[in-house]
Write a protein that binds this ligand. Sequence first.
Ligand code: MN
Ligand code: MN
Length: 310
Amino acid sequence: MVVNMDEEVVRKYIKAGDIAWRVKKSVINAIRPGIKLLKLANDIENLIRDLGGEPAFPINVSINSVAAHKTPLLDDTNLIINEGDVIKVDIGVHVEGYIADTALTLCFNDRYLGLVEACSEALEKALSMVGAGVKFSHIGKVIDETARKYSFRTIRNLGGHSLDRYEIHSGEVIPNYADPLSFGKFKKGGVYAIEPFLSNGKGYVVESKEVDIYALSRGKYKGLTNQELSLISYVSNRFKTLPFCERWLEELGLDLIKLRTTLKELAVKNVLRQYPVLNEALSTSIVVQFEETVIIADGVIVITNPNIKT
Ligand code: MN
Ligand code: MN
């Protein structure tokens, strides 16, 4: 948690948020059925770099019943957005480790516009309540009530979170329902992502076998091969403990099969943490998500969206 946030730190958060906001606007213009996901992800990440930030994690492009942690693989050259898809794009930008985390849903299916609207309303209401001293569970309650009003469910095992330097999830969870076991409160000097996920399915996600995203874990690295050590040292220098994906390791020059077996082996050795793709428990359902990052300085600043005044 960032305590006694100085002006320089606030400035870096605001810069990260501003980049994330510009990237979102460009995503809204770029996404349409027919476009290739691999190019989309690379273009978004390159735009973040061109605007003076770094991606804080691989762009998540999660479609329909996929809720999160999906990013295109190096050989996903044929994956496209189809007519009728509902797409969540989750964008992380950092400036010297200070992270802005934001997500939006783009809907190419009129049947699900109500679901998208309900999620957007839930986030808007939640953001209007955020302030120093407010309980996290109050945010969850308003998100859940909004979902229920429209007969949808929140995804209970996904939630908002506190952020810290180089840490996307720094320990505190902001539930998407009135969790009676959530005792936390927003604190002055804190940075938080608020992110309602709604679905027309069962209201929880399950891990799939697919893993597209990894991060360095804080373990001891013993008994590693030279290949594994060189991958780890590359990751450690470039991304520290932030998440990364195989698209970001092309410079290592490994062939794809070798790269993937090395990643798997490092996960087995607990040197890498895996982020499995998360799917709604009901595979025919649709998941939507909106997310903004706030900093609680003297007031509440929504750094990822200048149009939201709290
Ligand atoms: Mn996010
Ligand atoms: Mn988040």
